[in-house]
Design a protein around this ligand. Structure first.
Ligand SMILES: NC(=O)c1ccc[n+]([C@@H]2O[C@H](COP(=O)([O-])OP(=O)(O)OC[C@H]3O[C@@H](n4cnc5c(N)ncnc54)[C@H](OP(=O)(O)O)[C@@H]3O)[C@@H](O)[C@H]2O)c1
Length: 400
């Protein structure tokens, strides 16, 4: 248990709380130590234009846009002649669509009639014939077409949608997937429209909850094609309108490479694989399911990872015992050296389109939902996650 050596006050502090809250829970010597350990690496040098910041990330300076520059009234003025046609109502469609509606913008939803998304849209208050239509009708009505279909469906529906995205319209994506890999997806964007991207760095559910909390999600923005000379401004305005707090500039290609790579790596696939490997070794060496789960997942997600999220890796190290620290520092380089070739192989497969092809092939199958459900059930049935269910049930909030 890495955090055994944590000062009691720090162990009890809500790790995800703002820094000031965390600090006030610390005794003085621990506070000084922790503060020294948590000096932020990011220096902020705010420029005079409100809402635009030059921020130094490690050694490079980047421009970050913020929503403070785009109050509701300004957004409404900017989009006063637009119909935002949001196509697809999955996780992103739901979050972005409801946020746009709450911003008072003219937004309509386009989904397959009587599919799962249509039903969900109706439940969320979209009205058939008023602001809920089938995909083709919505695209025809829209001046800004927000393609939030699944990436495989974007490819499948493109021959029907492309002729409706006529000169003067704007095409919007939340992933660079379709246009960047156009040789595979066949999504060749029309030459006479602006093509922009706003990619929230999180699930559409989080896009919605952060917006409702008065905060905002971080998003990437990019321009693929600028016909009007206003594409970038439109991307920034759309980014704020869908609920972003801060907008980071990138390209379509960099967005799709980093996103496919990250979700297969540390964000999802890699971390799941690492949990499984560690758990299985503990079980094979005679540890109980609860011990193996607590030492692999529970302590990570409930104690240590939130510390990294709040104030960085050094903060988390500083919060652990010297024994834990020594071992972690030593082993981190072993893991890095062993895993780096695998990460390079993954990046190559993203770059050469192998991962895109795999996703298109799998997700365009008629029964892809059923197949995923079967795989989710297999994950749910793994001993590690069954043990997790039992461990979570013991949390006070789940005891009622
Ligand atoms: N989810 C995330 O966390 C996330 C984050 C950032 C960016 N993105 C990007 O945002 C976009 C949307 O992703 P998502 O996760 O929100 O949605 P998704 O679950 O990938 O897609 C769901 C939508 O696609 C529709 N759809 C699927 N096959 C279709 C077909 N053949 N014809 C018409 N509609 C079809 C579904 O409608 P039915 O219900 O009728 O099947 C549903 O509305 C993608 O480009 C994705 O890469 C997602």
């Amino acid at each position: 248990m890495a955090s055994r050596g944590l000062p009691r006050a720090l162990r009890c502090a809500r790790v995800a709380a703002p820094r000031s809250v965390l600090s006030s829970a610390l005794p003085r010597p621990a506070l000084a130590k922790a503060a020294a350990a948590a000096v932020p690496r990011m220096t902020i040098n705010q420029q005079p234009i409100r809402g635009l910041k030059q921020i130094t990330f490690a050694d490079s300076t980047e421009t970050v846009y913020e929503r403070e520059d785009w109050p509701r009234e300004k957004l409404q003025e900017f989009f006063k002649n637009d119909t935002l046609a949001l196509i697809g109502y999955g996780s992103q469609g739901h979050g972005q669509g409801l946020n746009l509606r709450d911003q008072g913008l003219n937004v309509i939803v386009g989904v397959r009639k009587d599919g799962a998304s249509w039903k969900e849209a109706v439940q969320d208050g979209w009205v058939p014939g008023k602001n809920l239509f089938d995909v083709d009708t919505a695209v025809e009505k829209g001046t800004i077409v927000m393609n939030l279909l699944s990436d495989a469906a974007q490819s499948e529906t493109w021959p029907a949608l492309k002729p409706k995205i006529t000169k003067g319209k704007t095409l919007y994506f939340s992933h660079g997937f379709s246009p960047v890999f156009k040789d595979l997806t066949k999504v060749d964007v029309p030459e006479d429209v602006d093509v922009i991207l706003v990619a929230p760095k999180g699930s559409g559910r989080t896009v919605r909850t952060l917006f409702r909390e008065g905060r905002g999600i971080n998003s990437s923005i990019a321009v693929f094609q600028d016909v009007t000379g206003q594409a970038k401004e439109k991307a920034i305005a759309m980014g704020v309108a869908v609920g972003s707090g801060y907008l980071y500039e990138t390209t379509f290609q960099k967005e799709v490479y980093s996103d496919l790579y990250g979700e297969r790596g540390c964000l999802m696939g890699g971390i799941h694989g690492m949990f499984l490997a560690q758990y299985e070794v503990l079980r094979e060496r005679g540890h109980s399911p609860s011990e193996a789960f607590n030492e692999t997942v529970e302590e990570a997600t409930q104690s240590l990872y939130p510390l990294i999220g709040a104030n960085g890796m050094d903060w988390m190290y500083a919060a652990c015992s010297t024994t834990a620290r020594r071992g972690a520092i030593d082993w981190s380089s072993r893991f890095r050296d062993n895993l780096k070739p695998l990460f390079n192989e993954l990046y190559d497969r993203v770059q050469d389109g192998t991962e895109t092809q795999r996703s298109l092939d799998y997700n365009s199958q008629k029964d892809y939902r059923e197949k995923y459900e079967k795989e989710m059930q297999e994950i749910r049935d793994l001993e590690i996650w069954r043990a997790g269910k039992a461990v979570r049930s013991l949390r006070p909030e789940n005891q009622k």
